[in-house]
Design a protein around this ligand. Structure first.
Ligand SMILES: Cc1cc2nc3c(=O)[nH]c(=O)nc-3n(C[C@H](O)[C@H](O)[C@H](O)COP(=O)(O)OP(=O)(O)OC[C@H]3O[C@@H](n4cnc5c(N)ncnc54)[C@H](O)[C@@H]3O)c2cc1C
Length: 496
């Protein structure tokens, strides 16, 4: 016989989005429980590259979580030691260096996660560890969770369930979204598996300090992925790799081992230990734009579960935090209003796409990912090798990003100069990359740039109420089609 627990808000997940959601909803006066399948001492030990920018900026980490206090703990390693990105292509003998205008960090994700969970507790939310969610309950709206806690069945009744169970959230397979009641269809967008990637990381230690301790390093990988080496300290490195699920799978651990063995910058690397075993973790990652709608009756999604995260640009942690905050705030607001319908939860979508705007930015910049995904990895390697380093360095050294027309022209001129050099020497022939391929890429980037602006405007006008959603989505779908046509994409390459 299962026990029953009643809460206003049930948050599934003890990661970043779940902690921001639970702390915020509790701070707003809701009765909250946070459910996490891992035991307390292992919670927050999550697969991640651990790169995080601007952790002390309250606009990027809104709500009651005190990031300043977390970063003040030296064990978290939010020390701002990273000041450049490097792209190593050993085969092409290229080492591209892009400096950051401000500093970045490679943190100890476990220490960070443990602090987050402490702060959820301080805000007054209950936390149930060793609690595995097995099913959802619905009666016109999502109304609860069935779980196993310490091996015993428990039913959680809820006015709102917040899904922060990560990318490819299991809850999205459990909820029958078309069985929920709504005028017209339920707006929640269920993502497709090809929109995800699979990623894996190890924490490795070297005897001697590495000579790239101030840089996060990427290297090309077959199947549209990359290998990374992100130093937490000069002798402790987060090493990992990932690929997109639309491509052929790669045996991740073996492929990483192969790269490390051949990498001269890591002569004596050993895998570190945590909890008495080697520190190796893998997980899915969302490689798509944020879901068109992240709400359903009695249900809100945030973080990886809502694809408000973009790990490739180091916005996986930040996107989870902002959307977790929003989910917690809007869940509490709906509970206080006594209305947890889709229309009442709508503010979550509107906040993320238009008001705060982080999700709108991620969605519009996804146009670049669409353009890049239609190219082979060898073409992209050739393009990276042509980036004009001197121009980029001098700009990034003074500005926070390359935005002005003068900057773009300067990069384009530098790239064209490098292109002319490679054109005459035929230096990419052995990659099977022709000059025509390269011209196509530059054209594609130019086309994508124009569409990023158009998507930006469209997402900025995301409807403030549910009533405007279907019209807005139809217009966005038309924009997708025009974009794909302009890029000349085959049906198979049309991402959404
Ligand atoms: C290998 C890898 C490298 C990455 N590198 C970076 C990077 O360098 N920088 C960056 O910003 N982002 C990076 N990301 C992305 C970033 O880690 C995610 O965006 C972020 O962790 C998402 O947070 P979340 O809270 O939504 O989900 P998660 O962190 O995945 O948390 C989900 C939580 O839910 C729990 N859970 C899941 N299912 C259940 C269940 N059935 N019952 C109970 N609990 C459950 C899990 O145990 C977990 O604690 C990376 C991701 C991966 C996989």
């Amino acid at each position: 016989m299962s026990r029953t627990a009643e809460y206003e808000v049930v948050v599934v997940g003890g990661g970043i989005a779940g902690s921001f959601a639970a702390a915020t909803a509790a701070a707003e006066g809701a009765e909250v429980v946070q459910l996490e399948r891992k035991p307390r001492e292992r919670a927050g030990h999550i697969a991640c590259g651990d790169a995080i920018k601007s952790p002390r900026d309250p606009k990027k980490y809104p709500g009651p979580i005190d990031m300043e206090a977390i970063c003040a703990d030296e064990d978290v390693l939010a020390d701002g030691e990273i000041d450049q990105i490097e792209w190593w292509d050993r085969e092409l003998d290229e080492r591209t260096v892009l400096p950051y205008a401000d500093h970045s960090n490679v943190i100890d994700r476990y220490q960070f996660g443990q602090h987050l969970l402490d702060q959820v507790d301080e805000q007054g939310a209950d936390q149930h560890y060793d609690t595995v969610v097995q099913d959802t309950v619905q009666n016109g709206q999502v109304s609860g969770i069935e779980a196993t806690r310490d091996g015993e069945p428990v039913s959680y009744e809820a006015e709102v369930v917040v899904d922060t169970a990560g990318a490819q959230s299991i809850l999205q397979d459990m909820v029958a979204f078309d069985g929920l009641s709504a005028v017209e269809e339920v707006t929640f967008e269920k993502p497709h598996y090809t929109h995800f990637g699979s990623a894996y990381r190890e924490i490795i230690e070297t005897e001697e300090p590495v000579d790239f301790a101030n840089a996060i390093v990427g290297k090309p990988l077959e199947q549209l992925g990359y290998v990374w080496y992100f130093p937490r300290t000069p002798t402790t490195i987060n090493a990992g790799l990932g690929f997109q699920m639309s491509e052929q799978p790669i045996p991740l651990a073996d492929r990483l081992g192969q790269d490390m063995n051949a990498e001269p910058a890591l002569p004596d690397a050993q895998v570190a230990e945590r909890f008495g075993t080697t520190n190796k973790l893998g997980s899915s990652i969302a490689l798509r734009r944020p879901l068109d709608s992240m709400v359903a009756p009695g249900y809100l999604a945030a973080g990886g579960a809502a694809a408000t995260t973009h790990p490739l640009s180091g916005k996986g942690i930040r996107g989870a935090a902002i959307s977790g905050y929003s989910a917690g705030a809007h869940a509490a607001k709906a509970v206080h209003a006594g209305d947890t319908s889709e229309a009442s939860l709508w503010g979550h979508n509107h906040y993320l796409f238009a008001q705060h705007g982080e999700a709108g930015k991620l969605a519009s910049r996804d146009a670049y990912n669409v353009a890049a995904s239609s190219q082979s990895i060898n073409v992209l390697r050739a393009v990276a090798a042509m980036l004009p380093q001197d121009e980029i360095k001098s700009m990034v050294g003074t500005e926070s990003k390359i935005e002005s027309l003068a900057d773009v022209v300067s990069v384009a001129v530098g790239a064209a100069r490098n292109f002319a050099g490679h054109y005459h020497s035929g230096s990419f022939d052995h990659l099977g990359v022709s000059n025509r391929d390269l011209l196509d890429v530059f054209q594609g980037v130019w086309t994508a740039r124009g569409y990023v602006d158009r998507y930006d405007t469209h997402y900025g006008a995301y409807p403030s109420t549910r009533a405007g959603f279907f019209r807005w989505r139809d217009d966005r779908d038309s924009l997708d089609e025009t974009y794909y046509d302009d890029l000349g994409l085959d049906d198979a390459d049309r991402k959404y």
